[in-house]
Write a protein that binds this ligand. Structure first.
Ligand code: IMP
Ligand code: MG
Length: 184
């Protein structure tokens, strides 16, 4: 598995430090607001688990599963809700927790859908932001961990064909792995 990684882009220590800072900011901004954290499955589960342990105010958590890539590295432009929230969000402060914003198509679809349910507010917290790749330009990433260049990354929850989610760091995947290399 490790031999498929070109290089470590963000180490586990750096992620930890940054997540602590995000946790402090979010705790301050949402004090007395009892926000609902909406974790976008599956990629954001590791980030969510670390982030919520840096939050020192009352929150609640729910999960939503979306499919956007279907196994490839390019966005399909199609977003499918595989699992919806169990929690009503009317009058709640919603914070969407996502692994990475790439083209922005996924977040655009998710925020549009959630807005129809009349939340009090809706914001986005993404661990990674690939700004260069944005197609939907009106997406505001309210909290982000790191801005990264346009490479395909895996680890810390992010996958390629469901692999590598368990790596403790964010690594750049060797191109040959997704461009039909031999030692997959
Ligand atoms: P978007 O709709 O193009 O913004 O893509 C968002 C989704 O694509 C993320 O939630 C990820 O699941 C996936 N994605 C985008 N870039 C990467 C990457 O570099 N590695 C792994 N997954 C990615
Ligand atoms: Mg995802």
């Amino acid at each position: 598995m490790y031999s498929d990684i070109e290089k470590v882009l963000i180490s586990d220590e750096d992620i930890k430090k940054r997540v602590k800072v995000l946790g402090r900011e979010i705790s301050r901004d949402y004090k007395d607001k009892f926000p609902l954290f909406v974790c976008i499955l599956r990629g954001a589960f590791v980030f969510l688990a670390d982030l919520v342990r840096e939050i020192d105010i009352p929150i609640s958590i729910d999960f939503m599963a979306i499919s956007s890539y279907g196994g490839k590295t390019e966005s399909s432009g199609q977003v499918k809700i595989l699992k919806d929230l169990d929690t009503p969000i009317e009058d709640r402060h919603v914070l969407i927790v996502e692994d990475i914003i790439d083209t922005g198509l996924t977040m655009d679809a998710v925020t549009r859908l959630l807005k129809t349910r009349n939340p009090k507010s809706i914001k986005i917290c993404a661990l990674l932001d690939k700004v260069e790749r944005r197609i939907v330009n009106n997406i505001k990433v309210d909290y982000y961990g790191f801005r990264i260049p346009n490479s395909f990354v895996v680890g810390y929850g992010l996958d390629y064909e469901e692999k590598y989610r368990n790596l403790p760091y964010i690594g750049i995947l060797k191109e040959k792995v997704y461009k039909g290399g031999s030692d997959k």
